[in-house]
Design a protein around this ligand. Structure first.
Ligand code: CO
Length: 134
């Protein structure tokens, strides 16, 4: 059911330093920082030939990554995002399999303007999973 890996999101305490690591040390193409106030993050997009890395930093008081960074002060992999063709069908399958969809279970518009759902990390090998309808 899941398709391409859309992105890997890495939460970082210092976006400038993380961006430099990807640009200078790893030689990747990185975007300028983009504030996404409705998502509580500032993002730098790292464009790779086959996928993207999203470097996420806290923006504002209600950031969804604040508690993660408290537990992981040096940063770390926050979630992986897989593409699906039909989010409603994906949700039905997840729930039928006993997997937990986070929040109220309704898709939200994600950082790329497309509907997304998040799945409980305890049901997916300890990793927060985002499903994005493409
Ligand atoms: Co994401």
């Amino acid at each position: 059911m899941i398709g391409r890996l859309n992105h890997v999101a890495i939460a970082v305490p210092d976006l400038v330093a993380a961006s430099a690591t990807y640009h200078e040390t790893l030689g990747a193409e990185v975007s300028m920082p983009v504030d996404l106030p409705e998502h509580g993050v500032t993002t730098v997009f790292v464009n790779l030939p086959n996928t993207k890395i999203e470097l996420l930093a806290v923006l504002g008081e209600q950031s969804p990554i604040a508690s993660f960074l408290q537990r992981n002060p040096g940063g770390g992999v926050h979630h992986v995002c897989y593409e699906v063709e039909d989010l409603a069908a994906a949700r039905a399958r997840m729930q039928a399999q006993g997997a937990r969809v986070l929040g109220d279970g309704e898709p939200r518009i994600g950082a790329h303007g497309k509907p997304v759902l998040f799945l409980h990390p305890k049901d997916f090998c300890g990793t927060l999973v985002e499903l994005e309808q493409v």
